[in-house]
Design a protein around this ligand. Structure first.
Ligand code: TXA
Ligand code: MG
Length: 349
């Protein structure tokens, strides 16, 4: 299949409007379009169309029990696709448009092929102007997982999408690098309680501030390896995705000990080092990448997947030794993605 690549920035010029119109037509005609969002690039198809959902799973090579997020352009649309409650309305008001996905009981119009057979649906209203305009023009809710091949880190640039999906989908809207860089916070919403299933830029702290401490919990799958019979509430969390080809080993503990451990690994041609900007004085090298300052989790989120993909392009790297980010704010999301890539292997000093 030939993949049409159209450049966009924010979708406002006449030329970009025409590109968006083509993309919207493609989605309405059961086609697949990759597009930028503020978190990561998404691979969109018509959420009413079971065929489009099938194509999404095939293009990504994704297990079909892992449900897709349904993207909307206006908060009012939510009621058409799921059963809302006062808590979900409050969350929508506080955090939409933005990097938050809510899980709620689904209505019949959303096919089971989109929700992996679950009776709930994930809904998100992105803030990125290209995403927003595209969904609006499509006139249908847009089912979109991250636009990576299953098992690879999520794409944060158009080049990443081309790398993974060129020839497998109809169109790529090639825009700017994603502002945030990690996927949206996935939150299961009940009558008077929410559970964070995947941490993101809408942080646990922000949720607690809005709803109160005792109304917010974090699923154990965010920070623990779960095995055996445990059935996660968010099917996607059980897969080792966000993962580069080389295994990741997280290093945690006293600063000097971690740095000297990394220093010993520096000359090893099979070792990739993922470090903080501050470490570069001592640890700069051909296979060293920094993902931001130690106390700057926004920068770390922004650069994480870029770095993991960069390690993929270094043929010789067999293990990635990584600093363990602090778990506060969006840092919890950075920690979660790295720990998952590491299969929760953490070397503690
Ligand atoms: O930022 C994002 O959320 C991006 C952009 C494109 O919007 N999308 C994204 O989609 O990350 P995906 O498919 O890669 O991740 C969706 C996650 C998966 O872990 C999936 O299991 C979970 O959301 N999910 C979807 N529907 C669910 C449901 N009904 N119940 C529980 N978890 C669900
Ligand atoms: Mg994904």
């Amino acid at each position: 299949m030939e993949t049409v690549i159209l450049r966009v920035t924010d979708g406002s010029s006449d030329e970009e409007q025409r590109a968006l119109q083509k993309a919207a037509d493609c989605i309405r005609g059961s086609g697949l379009v990759a597009f930028p969002t503020e978190t990561v690039y998404g691979l969109g198809g018509n959420a009413f169309d079971a065929e489009a959902a099938k194509k999404i799973y095939a293009a990504k090579g994704r297990p079909s029990d892992n449900p897709l997020i349904v993207h909307i352009a206006e908060p009012e649309e939510m009621d058409r696709y799921c059963y809302t409650n006062p808590l979900s309305a409050r969350l929508a008001e506080a955090f939409w448009p933005g990097p938050m996905t809510m899980i709620l009981p689904k209505r019949d119009c959303i096919p089971g092929s989109v929700t992996g057979g679950l009776d709930t649906v994930a809904i998100r209203l992105p803030s990125d102007p290209v995403a927003n305009r595209l969904i609006r023009m499509a006139g249908v809710p847009v089912a979109a997982p991250s636009a990576n091949r299953s098992g690879r880190p999520s794409p944060t640039t158009a080049e990443h999408v081309v790398e993974d999906l060129q020839g497998r989908i109809d169109m790529i809207l090639a825009g700017n690098p994603c502002r945030i860089g990690v996927e949206s916070s996935v939150i299961a919403v009940e009558q008077d309680h929410v559970t964070v299933l995947r941490p993101g830029a809408v942080t646990c702290e922000a949720l607690r501030q809005l709803l109160g401490e005792d109304r917010v919990s974090v699923d154990r799958i965010v920070t623990e390896k779960v095995t055996g019979a445990f059935k996660p509430r968010s099917p996607g969390m059980k897969y080792r995705h966000y993962a580069p080809k080389a295994p990741v080993l997280l290093l945690e503990g006293e600063e000097n000990t971690v740095v000297s451990y990394l220093k010993k690994k520096l000359p090893d041609p099979e070792a990739g080092l993922l470090v903080y900007d501050e470490d570069l004085d001592e640890l700069a090298g051909e296979r060293t990448l920094s993902f931001g300052k130690r106390l700057d989790p926004d920068a770390q989120a922004h650069r994480l997947f870029f770095c993991l993909r960069k390690f993929d392009s270094m043929e010789e790297v067999r293990t990635i030794y990584a600093r363990t980010p602090r778990r506060e704010g969006i840092g919890l999301a950075v920690y979660n993605r790295l720990a998952k890539a590491a299969g929760f292997h953490i070397l503690k000093f």
